[in-house]
Design a protein around this ligand. Structure first.
Ligand SMILES: [Zn+2]
Length: 517
């Protein structure tokens, strides 16, 4: 399966020499072949044919449950991947497999389109102590994701074509999965002046957002939407009204009062969701509301979608698993809002412990009340919220190991989001497995107009193989990402990616859990 970087190398953001050397040799080989073509064209042709035949990459996945929500397919079938594309699905796949195709027995596992996470902070350029393109995409592969969308709040911000090109170039060399880029709405994400949206589009961004920040000036947001519509780009918005939120650090409610922490009221999010609905109606541009956390936001979205407003929303597992009680510590959470999380009863797994004021429970928007958590789950169940994502936001340990007030917002999520989503949506029977997978495949692909998220013949061979019932524990030592700011270490999880295939090649495989034929 080729020469792959080692985990420590990924973590260090560098590649082992053997990898670079192999690439160099390949390049030198092509140069020699070109020279040979001039001297002995027939010989060069035969070498070229042999090389290309040898390089053909074919993989046959046999006996899995093929689940492709875009094509309404859910049945046991074989899947053939040839040269980076889906070549055949079903009975004819095995017959069409070229001689020498690699076979992989995936009986008992689910084979679905490669998962897409449209909300990831890769921190490169500028904050590579937290994460890099290499480590972030390694975490994505491990989580079952074949494509991610990186947010533009890097340093410098992704507000020019040059920065977009830099990320594309580095991702093509160092990325383990497909990296799509979101450009900024405003210059330097300062909310004052529009970025050059047309040139960002030409540079290849698939959306624009000021994520981490929110454009406060409604007139500026209106102009952004008009430009975005002209360039056929979706606008993703981090919904936060600064005048209402001010310096709030957790959800404003019972627990913020008990803990003596400044509150971030639900209305601080709902106000901007309402604003976005009005502006989407006014301009006809599509607005996508990021990481919805409040019951009022879900209600607004539901009502607007009924009226046909071009608006959508996403939800993150931490918002529909945890609540603000978690900031008061594990004991308080398990005694109250977390009571039913793993089912009661004597067989329930041991519940992880954490202290009050643990900054790994600090994110933006904040964990909200049990009522909000329920509303987000309902919004996912009834289709109001069509997209699941992580808001993977790595931070260094020293940044998080301070008073709750001073810690940065955000947690990592790429490696745990699939399990938490399956636990809260599928294992609780709120959603079918197909509907949950759709929110990680068709949903984001449709919003970003990506020709991905399906196993249709001829499409890119991005495939996730998963075991929805696999029980496992998220372990610090096995984290592929560079940062460790997750609240879910030590959690008993259920559901896991077993292999992640990007463009027909295995980007990650859990050796212990698959049998190779
Ligand atoms: Zn955000």
């Amino acid at each position: 399966m080729g020469i792959e970087p080692t985990w420590p190398a990924w973590k260090a953001g560098t590649l082992p020499l053997s990898y670079t050397r192999a690439r160099g040799e390949l390049r030198r080989g092509r140069g020699l072949l070109r020279s040979l073509e001039m001297i002995a064209p027939a010989l060069a042709l035969s070498i070229r044919e042999r090389v290309s035949c040898h390089a053909m990459n074919a993989l046959l996945l046999t006996g899995g449950r093929v689940l492709d929500p875009a094509n309404r397919l859910d049945s046991p079938a074989d899947l053939l991947l040839v040269d980076g594309k889906i070549a055949a699905v079903g009975d004819r796949a095995a017959g069409q497999a070229p001689a020498g195709a690699e076979r992989m027995d995936v009986q008992g596992l689910v084979v679905c389109p490669g998962l897409i996470d449209l909300h990831v902070h890769l921190r490169e350029p500028g904050q590579t102590a937290k994460e890099t393109i290499a480590t972030g995409t390694a975490a994505a592969a491990r989580g079952g994701f074949t494509s991610i969308l990186c947010m533009p709040n890097t340093s410098p911000a992704i507000d020019t074509a040059g920065t977009v090109a830099l990320i594309h170039e580095r991702a093509s060399r160092l990325g383990l999965v497909n990296v799509f880029v979101a450009g900024a709405i405003t210059k330097n994400i300062a909310g004052e002046e529009l970025a050059a949206i047309g040139s960002l589009k030409r540079a290849g961004v698939v959306a624009i957002t000021d994520d981490g920040h929110c454009v406060q000036n409604n007139e500026l947001m209106r102009r952004a939407l008009e430009y975005a519509r002209m360039f056929d780009l979706p606008v993703l918005d981090h919904c936060q009204d600064y005048s209402l939120v001010t310096d709030g650090v957790m959800h404003e409610g019972y627990w913020s009062t008990v803990l003596g922490l400044r509150g971030w009221p639900s209305a601080g999010e709902e106000m901007i969701v309402a604003r976005n609905i009005l502006l989407a109606e006014l301009t006809g541009a599509h607005v996508h509301c990021q990481h919805l956390s409040a019951a009022g936001s879900v209600a607004l979205l539901r009502e607007a979608k009924k009226r046909g407003v071009p608006i959508s929303g996403e939800a993150c597992p931490h918002h529909f698993t945890l609540t603000d009680a978690a900031v008061a510590g594990g004991e308080k959470f398990w005694a109250g809002d977390g009571k039913d999380l793993f089912g009661g009863g004597p067989d329930a797994p041991a519940r992880p412990a954490w202290p009050a004021y643990d900054a790994n429970f600090k994110m933006n928007p904040p964990l909200r009340s049990a009522r909000d958590r329920e509303a987000v789950l309902e919004g996912l169940a009834d289709g109001t919220i069509e997209i699941l994502c992580s808001d993977h936001a790595p931070h260094c340990a020293y940044e998080k190991e301070v008073e709750f007030d001073y810690a940065p917002f955000g947690i990592t999520g790429l490696e745990t989001e699939l399990a938490l989503s399956l636990m809260q949506l599928v294992h609780t029977r709120r959603l079918s497995l197909a509907d949950a997978i759709a929110k990680y495949t068709v949903g984001p692909a449709r919003l970003l107009r990506l020709d991905k998220g399906t196993l249709g013949v001829g499409k890119d061979a991005d495939v996730t193989i998963l075991d929805p019932d696999r029980e496992w524990t998220f372990d610090r030592d096995e984290t592929a990402g560079k940062s460790l700011n997750s609240p879910f270490y030590g959690w008993p999880l259920k559901g896991r990616a077993v292999a992640t295939i990007v463009g027909g090649k295995k980007a990650w495989i859990n050796q212990a859990e698959t049998v190779e034929a």
